[in-house]
Design a protein around this ligand. Structure first.
Ligand SMILES: Cc1cc2nc3c(=O)[nH]c(=O)nc-3n(C[C@H](O)[C@H](O)[C@H](O)COP(=O)(O)OP(=O)(O)OC[C@H]3O[C@@H](n4cnc5c(N)ncnc54)[C@H](O)[C@@H]3O)c2cc1C
Length: 502
């Protein structure tokens, strides 16, 4: 079907992936699900076909293709008819290796990204812990610097590719008192001494390896740090919209194939002398779901287009994840019903679609968290734990806020880091300010002084809201209320100051 989003090259790519999934992967579905394993050769095959590095640059073996190619791949991945396969492959390409590509050193890219794109290495992204999942900042696994190594202790759980993969992009606390600003990402080999993994039994996604992983005194070379120390939470946050888009695209692909399988069954199955497709009670329910599916699909394409073209996209990716994963569950339930007793039996893939769909509203952020983020984006409210909002008529003014920065500098955090920030604030109380950090101190002046390392543009009310805790900086940033010329420098800036005393 013609689409404003896709060129003939996109459509040809869709046909290639579909053919591969139908011919090379789907025929093994029952066997791999039964064994609970995806053979390594499947990754090798996909690597050789260029399916594992769609949006990575060619210098690392990728294709340098746009996000719409990635969405097509994710949709067609579901022709494998295994939710677990979709999870394992999407974690490899769009989660575990993303941070290495975006923020990692050249050495990390050569040693982990390139082999992952080739399908020679399989990666995991390890964030969730036994005591915390949704609240990422509350993780407790820690890494302590010891000379040229990090020494890592902690436990992770529900980790996809966690027992049979080759490496973890691991979220740990490098500053246990720092909350979100104390998280770092470190790449750890599964075979490193002190790492032990145990596979977990689960409701669905049988072929995928979901594991509990313990790290006891694991030593990782200092160079395995991804990007900068204590910046991990922001790296994760930056990649969350992509994770959500993946979950959404896989869900519409799964729902689509589920509907097709149900219709194929209904055409050949008769009841009371007529094919099941003649019964409106069934077909109208499917018509409703197909309509919702098309709406979700177009939202996903739009979100991918926004992402590809550098527009704010957190809202659309979050909406797409929420809508598509919940819809996939309703579709799987209705389609199973259309197959009657056979829907409940393992001889048709419907039972698997049904149980696999259940994971969608939990992984990559639960539906409740998606709603919470969307509500915050809509209202501009800070989360409840940020305390009473202080912005407003009685709140501090711009000059007061900027002048309080030197006294709030976390000298222990900034060390010998240097940066010059030009703030350009628009709206009701416009103003230009320069914040210079360097030599363990901070200097604030009005106007734009010196050469800016980073230009920060936003509404004055947004700045006041963030500083006073009334606005969530993540929501403001992802909602497009803040523009920065150097994201890395800005992320560092955000951790450099203590919040205002409430
Ligand atoms: C099959 C599978 C594979 C996974 N793969 C990975 C992986 O590869 N890597 C990884 O790091 N993690 C992975 N996860 C973990 C997944 O990301 C978490 O399960 C998820 O983020 C939820 O965290 P939790 O399980 O700790 O639930 P909790 O955070 O304990 O939440 C429990 C319930 O409380 C609700 N809740 C929590 N906070 C709020 C709030 N503020 N407002 C409203 N409701 C709230 C949740 O929505 C949920 O319903 C996987 C999970 C599964 C099931």
């Amino acid at each position: 079907m013609p689409s404003v989003y896709f060129t003939p090259d996109h459509e040809e790519f869709r046909r290639q992936v579909r053919r591969f999934m139908d011919q090379e992967i789907a025929p093994h579905a029952d066997e791999w699900e039964e064994a609970g394993v995806i053979p390594r050769e499947a990754f090798g095959q996909m690597g050789r076909l260029g399916f594992l590095g769609i949006s990575f640059p060619e210098e690392y073996g990728g294709s340098g293709a746009d996000m719409l190619f990635a969405v097509i791949f994710l949709e067609e991945l579901t022709r494998s008819r295994m939710g677990g396969f979709c999870a394992a492959v999407s974690v490899q390409q769009f989660m575990a290796t993303q941070h290495i590509y975006r923020w990692g050193s050249e050495e990390l890219k050569r040693n982990y990204l390139t082999p992952s794109i080739a399908g020679d290495k399989v990666g995991a992204l390890a964030i969730t812990e036994p005591d915390t999942g949704s609240d990422v900042a509350a993780i407790r696994g820690k890494a302590v610097r010891d000379g040229e190594h990090w020494v890592i202790d902690g436990a992770k759980t529900f980790i996809t590719n966690g027992a049979l993969g080759d490496f973890y992009t691991l979220a740990v606390k490098t500053d246990p008192a720092g909350g979100a600003a104390g998280v770092s990402l470190i790449v750890v080999d599964r075979e490193a001494p002190g790492v032990s993994a145990r596979r977990l039994k689960k409701l669905g996604w049988y072929c995928s390896d979901t594991a509990e992983v313990a790290f006891e005194g694991v030593r990782a070379p200092a160079g395995r740090l991804v990007g900068r120390e204590n910046m991990g939470f922001y790296y994760l946050m930056e990649a969350f919209p992509l994770e959500r888009l993946c979950g959404a695209a896989i869900s519409v692909g799964s729902a689509d194939i589920c509907l097709q399988e149900a219709l194929a069954y209904m055409r050949q199955r008769t009841a009371f002398g007529r094919p099941l497709t003649k019964y409106q009670a069934l077909t109208h329910r499917l018509a409703d779901l197909a309509s919702q599916l098309e709406a979700a699909r177009q939202l996903i394409y739009h979100a991918a287009w926004l992402m590809e073209n550098g527009h704010p996209h957190e809202r659309e990716c979050t909406m797409a994840k929420l809508v598509a994963t919940e819809l996939n569950q309703r579709v799987a339930d209705a389609c199973l019903q259309c197959l009657g007793g056979y829907g409940f039996m393992e001889e048709y893939p419907m039972a698997r679609f049904f149980r696999d769909a259940r994971a969608g509203t939990i992984v990559a952020g639960t539906s409740e968290i998606m709603r919470e983020i969307l509500a915050r984006l809509m209202t501009g409210e800070a989360p409840p734990d940020r305390g009473k909002a202080m912005a407003g008529e009685q709140g501090p003014g711009l000059a007061e806020l900027f002048n309080s920065l030197p006294g709030r500098l976390r000298t222990e955090k900034v060390g010998d880091w240097q940066g010059v920030f030009h703030f350009d604030l628009a709206g009701g109380r416009p103003g230009q300010w320069t914040v210079e950090i360097g030599g363990g101190g901070c200097r604030v002046s009005q106007g734009h002084q010196g050469q800016a390392g980073c230009l920060v543009e936003m509404d004055a009310a947004t700045y006041i809201g963030i500083e006073t805790g009334a606005l969530d900086p993540q929501a403001a940033f992802m909602g497009g209320k803040i523009k920065v010329s150097d994201l890395g420098a800005m992320l560092k800036y955000l951790t450099a100051f203590r919040p205002l005393d409430k």
